[in-house]
Structure formats: structure tokens, C-alpha cells
Design a protein around this ligand. Structure first.
Ligand code: ADP
Ligand code: MG
Length: 254
């Protein structure tokens, strides 16, 4: 349903040309949860912005359900690293945003989403009263209310502490199993990529390109401590060890 073909993107900077993406080919099926893993500068955000329609100056084609992506639209939800809520609106009004909560259908959907992202009791709270994880859950609920065909998440849990982060990963999987929204999830965290993704797209920098796509054939919920998970994690890590310089901090446990 999402087809990326021959995408090439470069930026002209004072020092010359930076190739952010080179010959990207990828297909994502409807309902798939795909994670993109790679060190900083490998073009993850650039690729996500292209799919979002936020950047349209590139070579190649990106099609969503057969149609070339020409700009941003409600069929594509985008979650940034920081929640980007309206500080002057309550949680429920942030989720509803330009829809009216007086519309009973909107009211019902907002209530369902509040439940789904585990913010029950915080509907009337303001963003300043929320923790980072709660604010990000409100942002995800806002995106979901628009029923996007594809949800694009750019290191959405990168600013959260490890405990909140693993809770958020569980909430995200809950959401995905509930409504099967196609998700493209960018991270530089190996564990997160393997824990969430049905497929991990491994990217390398200079120039940004796809090194390999690894299918993670493990049922959900996944057990981090389990042998199957550890084996899969080692396999993905093994791909990075082929790079000469250490690509990123691989964390403990391996
Ligand atoms: P990632 O999200 O994986 O960290 P980015 O997509 O942000 O990587 O960046 C890929 C490359 O493109 C980097 O070398 C970065 O410096 C460069 N780049 C990204 N955005 C711009 C821009 N607006 N102008 C110039 N160079 C950019
Ligand atoms: Mg980025």
C-alpha cells in the first residue's frame, strides 16, 4: 500500500552536496508495523518527512494506495519526538483540536481514544500538568482521531526515561493491535526496533541508504528476556557490526 521507489534526496549546503538518501526502495503493507533503525544522520527523518508529504523535492516516487504523495494530508499522521500539544488546551481539546467536542460522535471517539492511550481521568488536564509520556500519548490520540492510513513516528519516545519508554512501547502495541494502523516508526534504539517491528529496516549513513530489511517473526507480546528475542536482537546487532566504526550505543545485555 505504501511503495517507495528510487528515492534520492540531497541537500545543498555551503560545503557542497549532502546525499541524505540514496536509492531507497521499500514496500510497506497495509497494517504493517515497520521500524527504521540507524545512527543519527542516516536519513531517517528525511525519509519520514518525504512519506508525510512535508518534503516534496526529491527524486523517485512514493505512492500511498497507488497515488503519488503530493503533500501533507489527514491520511498521514505524524508524531514528533516532542509532543507538540497546544499548551492552552486541555487534553481532550488537544485530541479533538479542530473538531468540536459537542459533536456526539467526536465526543465518543475522543473518550475511546483517551481510554486506549490510558489517559482516563486526565481529560481536563493541561499539557503542563502531564508527564512527557502522558503528553506523547495525548499527541498519539490526536493523530489517531483523524484515522490516518499511516502513522509516522519519528523517535517518539526518544526523550523519555527507560521505564516510561517501555510502558509507551506497550501502549503503542496495544493501539496497533486494536486498530491495525500502518505504522512507520523511527528509532536509533536497537531494542526498541526489535521489540516493536514486524520488520526492521536497517539504515546506514553517508549517504543514507537501506542496508537490510529483517523480518522479526516473533509473536506479540514479545518477551525481552526470552531466547528468541535475544537471538533476533543479536542478529540485528550483527548487521551493525559489519560497519567499521561503532554505529551507536548498543546498550547493556549483549
Ligand atoms: P536522521 O534522522 O537519521 O538523524 P536526517 O534525515 O535528519 O537523519 O539527516 C540526514 C542527512 O541529511 C544528515 O547528514 C543531515 O545533516 C542532512 N540534512 C537533513 N536535513 C537537512 C537540511 N534541511 N539541510 C541540510 N542538510 C540536511
Ligand atoms: Mg532524525
Amino acid at each position: 500500500m505504501l511503495v517507495i521507489e528510487g528515492v534520492h534526496k540531497s541537500f545543498i549546503v555551503p560545503a557542497g552536496e549532502v546525499v541524505a538518501l540514496r536509492d531507497i526502495q521499500l514496500q510497506v503493507e497495509k497494517g504493517e508495523l515497520v521500524t527504521f533503525l540507524g545512527p543519527s544522520g542516516c536519513g531517517k527523518s528525511t525519509l519520514l518527512k518525504i512519506v508525510a508529504g512535508l518534503d516534496t523535492s526529491y527524486e523517485g516516487t512514493v505512492r500511498l494506495n497507488g497515488r503519488v504523495i503530493a503533500g501533507p494530508g489527514i491520511e498521514k499522521g505524524f508524531i514528533f519526538q516532542e509532543p507538540r500539544l497546544f499548551p492552552w488546551l486541555t487534553v481532550e481539546k488537544n485530541i479533538a483540536a479542530n473538531y468540536s467536542l459537542r459533536d456526539p460522535q467526536v465526543r465518543r471517539q475522543v473518550d475511546e481514544l483517551v481510554e486506549l492511550v490510558r489517559l482516563k481521568g486526565f481529560e481536563k488536564a493541561y499539557p503542563r500538568e502531564l508527564s512527557g509520556g502522558m503528553a506523547q500519548r495525548a499527541a498519539i490520540a490526536r493523530a489517531l482521531l483523524r484515522k490516518p492510513e499511516v502513522l509516522l513516528l519519528d523517535e517518539p519516545f526518544g526523550a523519555l526515561d527507560a521505564f516510561t519508554r517501555s510502558h509507551m512501547q506497550e501502549v503503542l502495541l496495544d493501539i496497533w493491535e486494536n486498530n491495525r494502523t500502518t505504522m512507520l516508526f523511527v528509532t536509533h534504539d536497537l531494542d526498541e526496533a526489535v521489540f516493536l517491528g514486524q520488520k526492521v529496516v536497517i539504515m546506514d549513513p553517508r549517504p543514507g541508504h537501506i542496508r537490510k530489511v529483517i523480518r522479526i517473526d516473533l509473536p506479540y507480546p514479545r518477551k525481552r528476556a526470552g531466547t528468541a528475542f535475544q537471538e533476533m536482537r543479536s542478529r540485528v546487532l550483527g548487521e551493525f557490526e559489519k560497519v567499521e566504526e561503532p554505529a551507536f550505543d548498543v546498550g547493556a545485555g549483549i
